[in-house]
Structures are given as C-alpha cells and as structure tokens.
Write a protein that binds this ligand. Structure first.
Ligand SMILES: Nc1ncnc2c1ncn2[C@@H]1O[C@H](COP(=O)(O)OP(=O)(O)O)[C@@H](O)[C@H]1O
Ligand SMILES: [Mg+2]
Length: 255
C-alpha cells in the first residue's frame, strides 16, 4: 500500500536517509525503532511531504507521491498526527476536531457525517465535546489529536512517538485507540522510543540506524532478535547501537 524504495533525503547538509526501503501492507501496524538521530522522524516527514526526497521512489497504492505537496498527500489518504501540543487549548474538543476537516469544509454533509464517525471511533470526542482542550489530561489530548486526523478518514496514519510524556494509564488508552483504528482498517506507521510498547502494538517492526534500515520483520521476530532484546528490552541497555557515522558524536538511546 505504502512503499519507499531506495529513498534518500536530508536537510541541506547531505542526506540523512541513505537508501531507505520500507513497505507497509494494508491494515498492518509498522513500528520504526532505533537510536536518536537514526532518521525515524525523517522517514515520516518524507512520506507526509514535509520533506522532499532527493532520490528514490515513494508510492501509495502504486502511485508515486514523492513529488507531491503535503495537502495532496493528505488527499491521497495519508495523514500525520502532529507532535504533542498541537491542540488549541482555549478551544473546545469539538472545535479542535472540526479543524481536522478543513479540506472538506465546503461539503457540510460530509463534514457532519465524518464528525459522527469520529465521535463513534473516539468516544472521548463526544463525551468531552464542550470542554476546553487545555483541560484534558495528556493522554486525552493525544487521543483528540488522533481523532482530529480521522476527520479526513485516512487510509494511513503516521504517528511520531505517540507515547511521549504519557503516564502508563494514558499510554494504555492511546495504545487501545491505535489498535482499534487498525482493526477498523487503518494502516498505521509509527515511531516509538518506547520499544516494548511500540513493538507490542505493531504487527511489523523496522530497526533503523544511521539513516539506514538495519532490520525488518514481524514485530515478534524483532522483539525476539537477541541483539535488539539486549539493546532495548532490558538486560544490557547501557550502550546504544554503535553509530556508523562517527562525525555526529555519541548518540544516546532512551527507552
Ligand atoms: N530540521 C532539521 N534540519 C537539519 N537537520 C535535521 C533536522 N531534523 C533532523 N535533522 C537531523 O537528521 C538526523 C535524523 O533526525 P531524525 O529523523 O529526527 O531522527 P530520529 O527521529 O530517529 O531521532 C539527525 O542527525 C538530525 O540532527
Ligand atoms: Mg524523532
């Protein structure tokens, strides 16, 4: 469904992504893990069109999207949930969610139907409709951020570290929501520092390091990979995967 082939991309000072290949099949949950600076967020940016690849091919349902603008990529059904603090705190939950329907604002009927769908998929949106977004807990805000993206009924959702800053109980709520969206047919690509949570939720795993994909497989296989287990999942976690770009200096991995 979503595919990257030999993708290179960077920010002006050379390529960060060094020939990245990635496949997300329909209705899978793929989790990208890897040390800080590995290029995980850059992969999401290049898919959502915020960053243009300097080489390689990105396709959605067989159509090239690598040269498309972000709004066109949204229309093709790929949406990125923005990093935290993306809601307007003084506006209601309802108003915040409605803004996710900006691209379809002229079609009142569709907007209403979509809102109804989102309220069903994320009950919090109905329950707390008139509360200011600023009065929600961190986990509830994250759920509303995801709900807002659902106004465009995306085929693929991109999430950059959805667990960031959340307490364990909120984490469970967000993980449940991601899982239920996937069950309803949404394809999910997420980046997670919380490797245990991310791979626990995912069907497929991708390990990145130094702008390259180092390992791909089912999430279970990645979790069971002895090296990954040693580095990320308890035991000896003291040293991150050695970087193959010494010029960037030592990197740290938070788990
Ligand atoms: N806006 C930017 N401008 C310049 N360099 C950036 C920018 N964003 C990220 N980088 C660099 O790209 C590399 C990969 O970053 P990123 O994709 O954010 O890594 P990750 O999400 O895996 O921690 C890092 O070396 C980082 O310094
Ligand atoms: Mg990142």
């Amino acid at each position: 469904m979503l595919s990257l082939k030999a993708v290179f991309a960077g920010y002006g000072g050379g390529n960060v992504l060094q020939s990245v290949d990635l496949e997300c099949a329909e209705q899978t949950i793929t989790c990208i893990v890897g040390p800080n600076g590995a290029g995980k967020s850059t992969v999401l940016r290049v898919i959502s069109g915020l960053l243009r690849p300097s080489a390689g091919e990105i396709t959605m349902d067989g159509q090239a999207i690598g040269d498309q603008a972000p709004d066109e990529i949204l229309r093709r059904g790929i949406t990125q949930v923005p990093q935290s603090h993306a809601l307007f705190p003084a506006m209601s939950v309802h108003e915040n969610v409605l803004m996710g329907g900006y691209l379809i604002r002229k079609n009142r009927r569709l907007l209403r139907d979509r809102l109804e769908l989102v309220r069903e998929r994320v009950p919090l949106v109905a329950e707390r409709a008139h509360d200011h977004a600023g009065n929600l807990s961190g986990g509830q805000r994250r759920m509303v951020e995801i709900a807002r993206c659902l106004m465009l009924d995306p085929k693929v959702i991109l999430l950059d570290e959805p667990s960031l800053g959340l307490d364990p109980r909120s984490l469970a709520g967000v993980a449940d929501l991601i899982h239920s969206l996937n069950q309803e047919g949404t394809t999910v690509l997420l980046v997670e520092q919380n490797v245990r949570l991310g791979l626990g939720l995912a069907t497929h795993g991708v390990v990145m390091e130094g702008g390259k994909v180092r390992l791909t497989g089912t999430a279970a296989a990645i979790k069971d990979d002895p090296e990954i287990a040693a580095l990320y999942l308890g035991g000896t976690r003291a040293s991150p995967i050695p970087q193959n770009t010494p010029s960037t200096g030592p990197e740290t991995t938070s788990v």
